[in-house]
Design a protein around this ligand. Structure first.
Ligand code: SF4
Length: 241
């Protein structure tokens, strides 16, 4: 397995930039057509608002600003930081929403199966389950993926108007562009920071610190947000058992 942190940062920036160009070339009409064919409708099962089903909710800068205005304590570094320097400081590309300490890892804003900030929910929550990025399938074939969790939630073959499909497609593509731009900016910032401060990623220190974190030791994480790093002391969550 390739450890992504060991790939030189300029290579990763170049790969993400190519991805962004490929996204520019993807016709919006094609995505709108797929959305029409699939006809997905949310049934408010609330599965997608849990980490058990969906991993974390990554926040773009404008979403971070919105969270700060609603409940700032709901922010935490996105899981699985990308780098750890020789001093044991971690670096991660952004913030995620905290989850409740329940078995499913429910989003902090999920209450009685409903989002309590639904009208102000974040970019990724609005476009989900639509997406447009390239991912490997079970056999490792990389191709465009457009709908997440297909047939595992919601209902299908619902009639959606052409205008609605186009609006969803536009918002999805706008999100994917913003996400890629954020990841590129993060890598550029890390590269610059490491160069200026004579730092480097050390996988052994990453693994050692993570082991200690899992045993209960806090870690320092530099979170990339709005063009700079913010220092965050991350304490391990108490397990339910
Ligand atoms: S903010 Fe609302 S819509 Fe988004 S994951 Fe949390 S509960 Fe779900």
């Amino acid at each position: 397995m390739v450890i992504i942190s060991l790939i030189p940062i300029p290579y990763r920036i170049a790969a993400l930039t190519r991805e962004k160009h490929a996204l520019f070339d993807y016709p919006t009409d094609r995505l709108a057509g797929i959305i029409k064919d699939v006809g997905f409708r949310c049934t408010a099962c609330s599965k997608c608002c849990t980490r058990a089903f969906n991993g974390h909710v990554f926040l773009l800068d404008r979403d971070v600003a919105a969270v700060r205005a609603i409940e700032p304590d709901t922010l935490e570094p996105a899981p699985d930081p990308e780098f750890c320097d020789q001093n044991g400081i971690f670096y991660v590309s952004g913030y995620a929403l905290k989850v409740k300490n329940d078995a499913e890892g429910s989003c902090w804003f999920l209450e009685n199966g409903r989002c309590r900030i639904y009208d102000r929910r974040f970019a990724i929550c609005r476009i989900y389950p639509y997406m447009l990025h390239r991912e490997p399938d079970a056999e490792g074939n990389v191709d465009w993926r457009q709908i997440s969790g297909l047939d595992r939630h919601g209902e299908y073959n619902v009639e959606i108007t052409n205008d609605e499909c186009l609006a969803i497609a536009r918002e999805t593509m706008e999100y994917e562009h913003a996400f890629l731009a954020h990841q590129i900016a993060f890598l550029e910032c890390v590269h610059d920071w490491f160069t200026r401060h004579r730092l480097r990623h050390v996988q052994k220190i990453y693994d050692d610190r993570m082991r200690k974190y899992r045993k209960g030791e806090p870690i320092s994480v530099m979170v990339y947000t709005d063009g700079h790093f913010e220092k965050y002391i991350l304490k391990p969550k108490k397990s339910l058992s």
